[in-house]
Design a protein around this ligand. Structure first.
Ligand code: SF4
Length: 188
């Protein structure tokens, strides 16, 4: 049996549908982020993009996302490796780093719910929509979990395909002063 496309192809070689399917639907990149002015360090918050559906963890208006959120960052095969805020679980980041997808990725599990079952998605963890959070309050909403790989998500399954393994990006939570919101949206 031939290897699945994400093991055979680079991001630049993928077809449009393959590229789209690489998104695991976690919604982590749809959280507002802060960038520390002096160091460039990124802090996630639990405040979500106004378009994020916090239950499905998908964009609530994907077709019109560019018009409705004009400052969103578009993921491309060229910029994925340069974006420091992509979560360690992100399918695009994993493939760009030459790693495999985890067992819970829908492409591996065949089940879009597995990203939620593994505790990777933002379901149940979004504190507020950015529509209700003034920018100056974002520092109070900093969280560290979007930069971590949950324990149960790291566990390798006996069967069921890929497991990225290792590389957990646990980092300390910090509330140091931050400037500038860095905004990011999914893939296209
Ligand atoms: S682009 Fe990456 S971080 Fe964003 S929802 Fe898709 S897999 Fe998750």
């Amino acid at each position: 049996m031939s290897e699945p496309f994400w093991r055979r192809k680079s991001l630049a070689e993928m077809t449009g549908p393959e590229w789209e399917s690489l998104c695991d639907g976690c919604g982590r990149c749809c959280l507002n982020k802060l960038e520390e002015e002096d160091t460039g360090k990124i802090y996630f918050t639990d405040v979500a993009c106004r378009l994020l559906d916090a239950e499905t963890c998908r964009c609530g208006d994907y077709a019109n996302r560019n018009a409705k959120v004009p400052d969103r960052v578009r993921l491309t095969p060229q910029n994925v490796a340069r974006l420091p805020w992509l979560p360690p679980t992100c399918g695009y980041r994993l493939v760009a780093e030459g790693r495999d997808l985890y067992w819970w990725h829908p492409l591996v599990s065949g089940d879009p719910e597995s990203v939620h079952a593994a505790g990777v998605s933002v379901r149940g963890r979004v504190g507020a929509s950015e529509d209700y959070m003034p920018h100056e309050t974002l520092e109070d909403r900093i969280v560290s979990w979007p930069l971590r790989v949950p324990k149960r998500a790291r566990a390798r399954k006996a069967r069921g395909g890929g497991a990225a393994g290792g590389g957990a990006a646990d980092r300390d939570e910090s509330t140091r002063s931050a400037a500038d919101a860095a905004r990011a949206r999914c893939r296209g």
